[in-house]
Design a protein around this ligand. Sequence first.
Ligand code: AKG
Ligand code: FE2
Length: 262
Amino acid sequence: MTRQGPARRNGWSATVHRAPRRRDGAGHLVVPEFVSEQCCESLLTAVERCRSRCPLPLVVRDDPGRPLRYVVIDGAVAARELPELAPLAEQVRSVAAATFDRPLVPFPDPRIAVNVNITPPGGEYRWHYDRNPVTGIVYLNAVAGGAIELCPSYRLPTLPGAAGETAAGLTLRRALDSVAAAGPLRRTLGRPLSVDPSPGTLVLMRGDRCLHRVQPVAGDHDRICAVFAYDDPSPAARRRPALDRYLYSGERCQASDPNYRH
Ligand SMILES: O=C(O)CCC(=O)C(=O)O
Ligand SMILES: [Fe+2]
């Protein structure tokens, strides 16, 4: 790995590393020390400043088998309150495009493109796939527990024009996904790996094919990371109002899984 940078924009600086170029096959990449500890510290300070200015909902979804408990700074708030994240989003995008050897753009809905996840002690994030093809996560601190578990490239690619985004396609996908996510199959075929959160570590994955979850956070500290969602330059429409309400609001939601509803 070669050292790049430091990149300087508006007084903010990060020392970043160039990830090795790698073909699509592996489906994920972990880059320790992608961002310097000093840069993580200044981002954490900015996150605290944002929290003190903006009331952020605690998102709690207690559906059986699908626990989700976290606070999220969505991209609309981040664009206003955390401009420090914009250059990092671009650095991660360019490493992700080289890693997976495909052109990538920020997810077209700015609310989804850049998030900060704050998972309190006891919080966790259920098994799921992301709706976007590539996701990058930069961890800003270390906590007890809170490992991310990944089953890279576990989900079969969507057949062009088949399962797609139709209601019938989503129903079929939900059935296949729930069989695949069940413990025995996941543990044998999923080739699971686990990454402890650590300041500056970057995890890249093919988000819509990598089954992943966050284990419950232990100890007394919030687990904080920046999550960047990337898309193909000409994506199919990915509007998902039910999933948006589920992930980004404190409102009550229907019991059925919003990953499989429009
Ligand atoms: O916090 C993490 O490590 C993963 C978060 C995640 O999977 C997501 O926001 O979609
Ligand atoms: Fe995710």
